[in-house]
Design a protein around this ligand. Sequence first.
Ligand code: ATP
Ligand code: MG
Length: 136
Amino acid sequence: MQQTLILLKPDAVQRRLVGEITGRFERKGLRLAGLKLVQAPRALAEQHYAVHKGKPFYDSLLAFLTSGPTVAMVWEGREAVAVCRTLMGLTDGAKAPPGTIRGDLALSVQNNLVHGSDSPENAALEVALWFPEGLV
Ligand code: ATP
Ligand code: MG
């Protein structure tokens, strides 16, 4: 069964939206395969967002991801990567459609509440990065 890494970024925790967002993945029918609260060290944030190194928003993005606790989760199910991206909505909360997590709950492009892996290959790498101890 396909797996994907979902992060509830520090803004989601700070805004008390963990239950609201997690419930959407649960109600969709995905299975929760891993869950923990992580204060991401800078090195972990750098590895996670390595693809964005050099972009104008990179330093700010790392500061954001390390600004407080993040909820790291692994969800699994049919087409889990694409299904979670659909539930999340477009990157920019101002452009994400209503009905999506970002469309309903975010207005910022950076502080957009969630991360979801963008391919099954990246999901496997990201699950290994955030859950080096393995899953239950
Ligand atoms: P994520 O990788 O977090 O799931 P995404 O795949 O929708 O989001 P990416 O293009 O991979 O978007 O960007 C990674 C993250 O960097 C975004 O979620 C957002 O927090 C931040 N970001 C992206 N573009 C910008 C921008 N132009 N200005 C500020 N922050 C940005
Ligand atoms: Mg991305």
